[in-house]
Design a protein around this ligand. Structure first.
Ligand code: ATP
Length: 207
């Protein structure tokens, strides 16, 4: 089973890395693919180039062999739609279950994603929740796909919706960018190699 973590990663931080590791251990993922969004469809274009955001992901995960920096969205023109990414991943991995991890915020917006129903043709969707999370009522589309049995995810390649409580450290890329703009240190919120890259390239120094 392969885990997929998409994001802007502007920059990647320990909130992303810790939850990915926890997900890997819970589901027994053979690998976790971090996929920086080149041109995020749902937000203003990040100030940091996609190549730099990709480089920071690569630096952050270099010591964890099962974590892969997947830059396929940088190789496509136009908006980075997740459905196109899943089509491409499915071509590369025809037989493996694919688990697309999204936060609860993303799940609440999921029906605004481009061709969102088709996501389930190519992957399972795992919503990372907090322990106290109360779920919104699911509509018929989601009820039909919802499972509470994790073994179903391993036995089918795609098509299920699953909710999993995952620790979410109180770290955000926005807060890191704001710290740096105020000349405060972001150390210990993200890997040292990424801090060094940010310093070297003078990223986020102005808001
Ligand atoms: P920003 O503050 O710029 O919005 P972010 O820190 O939320 O950035 P993104 O790259 O937008 O990071 O997020 C990518 C994915 O990581 C999303 O699915 C988001 O829910 C998840 N995520 C972000 N922060 C955390 C965290 N602290 N713990 C677990 N998951 C997180």
């Amino acid at each position: 089973m392969i885990g997929i973590f998409g994001g802007t990663f502007d920059p990647i931080h320990y909130g992303h890395l810790r939850s990915a590791l926890e997900a890997q251990e819970i589901f027994g993922l053979t690998e976790v693919r971090f996929i920086p969004s080149a041109t995020p469809p749902h937000r203003t274009q990040p100030a940091t180039s996609a190549e730099m955001r990709r480089d920071m992901v690569a630096l952050a995960i270099q010591a964890q062999a099962s974590f892969i920096c997947d830059s396929r969205e940088l190789e496509r023109a136009g908006k980075s739609y997740m459905v196109d990414t899943l089509v491409s991943l499915r071509q590369d991995f025809p037989d493996q279950p694919l688990l697309l991890f999204i936060g609860t915020d993303a799940f609440n917006q999921l029906t605004s994603w481009h061709q969102w129903q088709r996501l389930f043709d190519f992957a399972h969707v795992v919503v990372m929740t907090r322990p106290s999370f109360t779920r919104q009522p699911l509509d018929d589309f989601f009820i039909a796909r919802h499972t509470e049995d994790p073994t179903t995810l391993a036995n089918t390649r795609a098509g299920k919706l699953y909710f999993q409580a995952i620790t979410q450290l109180d770290i955000s890329a926005t807060a890191i960018r704001q710290l740096i703009a105020r000349q405060r240190s972001p150390r210990f919120l993200l890997p040292d190699a990424v801090v060094d890259y940010i310093t070297h390239n003078q990223l986020y120094e102005t808001n």
